[in-house]
Design a protein around this ligand. Structure first.
Ligand code: MTE
Ligand code: MO
Length: 246
């Protein structure tokens, strides 16, 4: 990713979205944030880890099924589906110096990553899809994650069997280059059943980690006070592994 693209994207993001950043914020300040120790540390860690295998368009599955929640049963969600998610916001909050509230336009104006990967669900099916979105690292750097952060929590709009779906990852996974906030599947806006308008892709881990219907990204120092304390919806309920490496 070219540095100037990141900066242009961040400038757009701050100009368009973030009421909490004063007008005196300059490109220089954003540049400093982007090159902070935290980014360097996590890039170094992430660089030591392998990439999940990427495929070609010839490998795409003819259909990418939906699993778990396939919609969000609220009036707000219905209305957003109708109006192209014009009022959807993704919050970046918790242990960050600059909380963000991003519109879909903000997200689309940031540097994008495309990846064709295989999704593996523990229920015994797989599918290959092409995902497009913003690297989570770009959002975390823009929000300036604080040093004490140990985990990133993903909040979702849906309830599954009556309880809020959520997930979490450690900082190595959060800064991994293939960890993206996706808004497209196979070159089109994310379908409803696959998590519209935004979902996580965490390519080295199993399907249940890939939170759909994303509403917020939270930096936390501990998972103890989050949900049932085990870091995710299924981890809390039936003891799925928190680290779901494939
Ligand atoms: N918000 C939310 N995210 C979720 C789920 C869910 O029920 N709700 N199901 C998970 C599971 S088990 C899988 S396999 C994938 C399914 O993604 P898909 O619907 O795009 O196939 O989403 C994951 N993320
Ligand atoms: Mo799954």
């Amino acid at each position: 990713m070219k540095r100037r693209n990141v900066l242009a994207g961040m400038a757009a993001l701050f100009a368009g979205a973030c009421s909490k950043v004063s007008d005196s914020e300059t490109g220089k300040t954003l540049f400093d944030a982007a090159e902070g120790w935290h980014r360097k540390l996590h890039r170094a860690l992430a660089g030591k880890q392998g990439l999940a295998k990427e495929y070609t368009r010839a490998d795409l599955s003819p259909t990418f099924r939906g699993n778990g929640s396939q919609t969000v049963d609220t009036d707000f969600y219905r209305a957003q589906l109708e109006n192209g998610f014009a009022d959807w916001r993704l919050e970046v909050r918790g242990l960050v110096e600059t909380p963000l509230s991003l519109s879909m336009d903000n997200i689309r104006s940031l540097p994008q990553r495309n990846q064709i990967t295989r999704h593996d669900c523990v229920e015994g099916w797989s599918a290959i899809g092409e995902w497009t979105g913003v690297q989570l690292s770009v959002l975390l750097d823009a929000a300036k994650v604080m040093e004490e952060t140990k985990f990133i929590v993903f909040r979702c709009a849906d309830k599954y069997a009556g309880s809020d779906y959520y997930e979490s990852v450690d900082m190595v996974e959060a800064y991994h280059p293939q960890t993206i906030v996706a808004h497209m599947l196979n070159g089109e806006a994310l379908p409803e059943k696959n998590g519209a308008p935004l979902r996580m892709r965490i390519e080295r881990q199993l399907g249940y980690k890939h939170a759909k219907y994303l509403t917020a990204i939270e930096a936390v120092a501990s998972l103890d006070q989050v949900g049932g304390g085990k870091g995710g919806y299924w981890e809390d309920r039936i003891g799925y592994q928190w680290y779901a490496g494939i």
